[in-house]
Write a new protein. Sequence first.
Length: 227
Amino acid sequence: MKISVLTLFPHMFAGPMGESIIGRAVDNNLLELNLMNIRDYTKNKHKKVDDYPYGGGAGMVMQADPIFNALESIDTKNSRIIYMTPKGKVFNQDLAIEFSKEEHLVFLCGHYEGVDQRVIDHWVTDEVSIGDYVLTGGELPAMVMIDSIARMIPGVLGQKVSYMDESIYSGLLEYPHYTRPSEYRGMLVPEVLLSGNHKKIEQWRMDKSLEITREKRPDLYKKYKKL
Ligand code: 6GU
């Protein structure tokens, strides 16, 4: 999969997208990350990317021209063009799965008061938010989405770990995990996990998942029970 990011702050992506699982996915060519600095696509001497809003009001608006130029410099034929905005549809696991099947995703990160509406009307296929709170820009939301989408690309998590039996995907929250030692400061690992009885362990994990979901996320629990 290829992911292009249009941003005024490409350096924000270097750390988070260069480490651990996502970093390895890039190194192994399972994911191509194309970071584009919108400022590089200005045609004025001062590389100005924003201006005052027509009609007045606080803040600045990102101008259409640099963003149009940037988008015209790449192949957007088979692409979803995603604008990060608190006004968008709220991101969830189903959307992550849907986006993970695309060949090219383009993330447009707004800053200040956002981008000129004509960019959205002309280019954007999806407006997405990551939750009901306001951030200073679309970069962190884009990284959140890239992380959750990239880990669903076949091969990214490796063969042993599967996203299919973890929290949310199944509709339930995950059971608790323990590792050595079996006793730590007087606290014991549940006996059943040391038993070697795989059927019993499965049952215990399922029971715990149900219990934790019912306690912590009654909304998910009700949905699961209705399926
Ligand atoms: Cl996508 N952008 C901004 N600025 N704030 C947000 C958001 C996006 N999602 C939640 N809050």
